[in-house]
Design a protein around this ligand. Structure first.
Ligand code: CA
Length: 493
């Protein structure tokens, strides 16, 4: 028997053991009162969803989408209204979150779908998981990984990756790969978010003696947005969706057969339903968000039932947003707010008072130093972000430069509390400038407005200074994409 046949037999054996494995993971014992552990450092749970822009969450001002669990979480948390990705693409954003370093410096500047990816195969900077593990934390990932080095290589000791596998990359089935050993490999038929919360519960039930980091990373609401249970698929009426004003151009909604197909089902031959328009995509996206919200509710209930919630830092956010037709663009990899602005909510009942934080900008590069600071663990010298712990703990109104530096495959720039600026990352021209206070939908480019010369010069200089102090490991011959919003393949993450 060759290795492949042996692997296949093992896979079948693992699948046959699945009911037992699942029962053990989920736990059949009743919830019990937990003994106090001697190590009083907080636990960390990161809820990191995929492609959720800030504007489609109730507590961020959306009156139509139903997100009661996120809204309740926000009411108990510090909710940042100005939270941004540093690179609106999957692998770069995740690498920034986990390393506290910009993509240009940590080497993950493209999606790592294949070994042949342009991205550097191994991130050698100390990660959040490695740093917490070295400080005695148990570290686990459950969900999407999307980085080339394995979770074990970057400090995760246990967990399961996957959850959106199978034909079409849908969410109604998934294959899961065990981290820290292969015994946990299994397939799951059903809604992946329900299984992910079961896996999280199984992990949380076993945590007794040491603080832990649990990195939960589901793929919804990322496309394919039609892949979800009927209760969510039919939750919203397309005709009643609150379209953002910047989706209109010359009185027309955007329509792109290829993109619509990618949004709906990741099957190249899919035929679009007749008369479909952007409102249908909105309704399905909102349904995905409702599924995410229920998943958040299940995880938070488990923390509550296990009496873990008081000393657990819960951070909810997304790797990036979704243009969803704004500016007649789709997907992300753009500097517009729909692509870069995300929800970010931090709860720690023991130390953080509930507040809406609308003066301090936070971006993914700040998350690692902030969490380490809150845990009392020293951040590695390689970290480029700023700890916002003084803001979260009420000791400062703002810290640091209070801006977000954002790069894409084509451009780079800076987001302040009021302005958005970006330019071509190689030629430093093709500039854009928007005043989000006056123009929240970024429909009036001010780059040629003489009254904005001072602002433009300041943001240009800030971007230049950031570029010069932030070393790049990118090869000089990386090809420049001609259109930033279009992916090279259908596997757009
Ligand atoms: Ca993503």
């Amino acid at each position: 028997m060759n290795d492949r046949q042996t692997d296949m037999r093992c896979s079948r054996a693992r699948l046959l053991r699945l009911p037992l494995v699942t029962a053990l993971l989920v736990g059949v014992l009743p919830l019990t009162v937990r003994a106090e552990r001697s190590d009083d450092r907080p636990n960390v749970v990161i809820l990191f969803v995929d492609q959720l822009r800030w504007s489609e969450v109730g507590c961020y001002g959306n009156a139509v989408v139903r997100t009661p669990h996120l809204d309740k979480l926000a009411s108990e948390s510090c909710r940042f209204t100005l939270a941004f990705t540093n690179f609106p693409s999957c692998s770069p954003a995740r690498s920034t979150l986990l390393s506290g370093r910009y993509a240009r410096s940590n080497g993950v500047y493209a999606n790592q779908d294949r070994e042949s990816s342009l991205a550097r195969p191994t991130n050698r900077d100390p990660t959040l998981a490695e740093t917490l593990a070295a400080a005695g934390y148990t570290t686990a990932i459950i969900g999407k990984w999307h980085l080339t080095p394995s979770p074990e290589t970057l400090g995760f000791q246990t967990g399961w990756t996957g959850g959106s596998g199978g034909p079409g990359n849908g969410y109604m089935q998934g294959s899961w790969k065990g981290v820290g050993g292969r015994d946990g490999d299994h397939a799951y038929e059903g809604y992946t978010l329900e299984h992910q919360s079961e896996l999280a519960e199984g992990f949380l039930r076993k945590q007794r003696d040491r603080p832990f980091l649990l990195y939960l990373a589901p793929t919804p609401p990322h496309m394919p947005i039609a892949s979800l249970p009927d209760r969510y698929k039919k939750m919203y009426e397309p005709g009643q969706m609150p379209l953002r004003p910047n989706v209109w151009k010359d009185g027309k909604l955007p329509f792109d057969e290829r993109w619509f197909s990618i949004y709906l089902e990741a099957i190249p031959s899919a035929k679009l339903p007749p008369d479909i328009d952007l409102r249908d995509l909105y309704a399905l996206y909102y349904g995905q968000v409702a599924g995410v919200d229920d998943w958040v509710g299940r995880v938070l209930k488990t923390l509550h039932d296990l009496q873990l919630d008081n000393n657990t830092i819960v951070l909810f956010s997304s790797d990036h947003g979704d243009l969803l037709g704004s500016h007649h663009l789709f997907n992300k990899n753009s500097h517009y707010d729909e692509s870069c602005r995300v929800p970010l909510i931090v709860r720690w009942p023991r130390r953080i008072k509930p507040v809406v934080q609308d003066r301090q900008i936070i971006s993914q590069v700040d998350v690692m130093p902030t969490l380490l600071d809150l845990c009392g663990v020293k951040a590695p010298a390689t970290v480029q972000g700023t700890s916002l712990a003084p803001v979260l703990l009420g000791r400062a109104s703002t810290v640091g430069e209070n801006v977000a530096y954002i790069e894409t495959t084509a451009n780079e720039g800076v987001r302040t509390t009021r302005h958005v600026y970006w330019c071509d990352r190689r030629r430093f021209d093709r500039e854009h400038l928007f005043d989000v206070d006056e123009d929240p939908y970024e429909m009036n480019d001010l780059v040629r407005d003489p009254a904005q010369t001072g602002v433009l010069q300041d943001l240009r200089a800030r971007t230049k200074a950031w570029r010069e102090r932030t070393p790049s490991v990118q090869p000089a011959d990386e090809p420049a994409p001609s259109r930033p919003a279009r992916p090279a393949s259908r596997s757009s993450t």
